[in-house]
Design a protein around this ligand. Structure first.
Ligand code: AKB
Length: 316
């Protein structure tokens, strides 16, 4: 059977770029984009788009039958900062959308699921540096609790029902083309915009607050890479640690200064500082590298060169 893909949450930060890449690989008609509302953006206008509520099992089931979907990428979620402001809805959305697709796979209606996890599954008691794949996990955010619980359910559905679900623990993601949506790592996107437009930036995290980060091209490569790998290579069915680079606000500012020598940064930490303090500073992703051949292409230097060039070319 040919691959037919449904992306739920196609208009979000990862969803937009993922949809475009999947359409290039599998063909426009084989990749159905969906989201809670129809925006006037390329992923909506350039192919098949359906409005869907990720909390509505029947709507998802209807789309799966209508388009004979084989693979679902469930990208709809509330991220860490937004989730703290609306815990009940975050829990509802992040958990029940996952149950819907897991149950659709269990019922034999789809073949494969991609579900994103996050470094937020770790917490203040986790070793912060080079955080191992298997370690203490006591997340202290609503988002982290939902992602960690989701991971346990993914593994359970795989073990008990043979569901082919695959997952990555994303670090902070940085993209020139799509704005981030309510995360703690969002400053690392905003800083590039402000460097170009204003020459200065106020960081909501303190200067030495180190976090794992990744350029969006690498995140898309990893997402498609884990989905295309032979099933037997996916030995971890909770979620894989994934890493590319780690930096602090001070370090990324220094990198940007290489391109804009007058760039200035100051620091005004807010409620997101506490979230960042509970997360790892760097990640050991050796299992992803060993099991399914993960390799990053971007580090802080070449990402910064590309971010500035693309923002200048396409946005400013
Ligand atoms: C967030 O900051 O909430 C996300 C994440 C690390 O999962 N970018």
């Amino acid at each position: 059977m040919d691959t037919k893909i449904l992306i739920i949450g196609a208009c979000g930060q990862i969803g937009t770029e993922l949809t475009q890449k999947l359409r290039q690989i599998y063909g426009v008609d084989n990749v159905i984009a969906s989201d809670i509302r129809k925006l006037n953006i390329d992923v909506v206008n350039d192919g098949i788009f359906e409005v869907v509520n990720a909390l509505d099992y029947n709507q998802i089931e209807h789309l799966i039958e209508k388009y004979q979907i084989t693979d679902v990428y469930l990208m709809a979620a509330l991220l860490s900062a937004t989730a703290e402001k609306n815990p009940a809805f975050a829990w509802d959305l992040n958990m029940n959308s996952l149950f819907h697709v897991l149950n659709l796979a269990k019922a034999g209606k789809i073949k494969k699921i991609y579900w994103p996890s996050s470094i937020a599954v770790f917490g203040p008691t986790t070793p912060r540096d080079n955080t191992p794949q298997y370690t203490i996990m006591e997340p202290s955010t609503v988002y982290g609790i939902s992602k960690q619980t989701g991971e346990r359910w993914c593994e359970y559905y795989h073990t008990q029902y043979g569901v082919d679900v695959r997952s990555i623990r994303y670090p902070g993601l940085i993209s020139w083309s799509t704005p981030p949506g309510g995360g703690t790592t969002d400053y690392a996107v905003d800083i590039y915009h402000k460097a170009i437009t204003e020459g200065e930036f106020t960081s909501f995290l303190s200067e030495n607050s180190g976090l794992p980060m990744m350029y969006m091209d690498d995140a898309i490569k990893a997402t498609i890479g884990i989905m295309q790998a032979p099933a037997e290579q996916i030995k971890i069915r909770s979620s894989y640690n994934l890493s590319a680079m780690s930096f602090t606000p001070k370090e990324i500012a220094a990198e940007i200064k290489k391109h804009f020598p007058d760039f200035a940064i100051d620091y005004a930490p807010d409620f997101r500082q506490k979230i960042a303090d509970s997360w790892p500073a760097s990640i050991d992703d050796s299992r992803a590298r060993e099991d399914w051949g993960w390799q990053n292409d971007y580090n802080i230097e070449n990402m910064t060169v590309e971010m500035i060039a693309k923002l200048k070319e396409h946005i400013y």
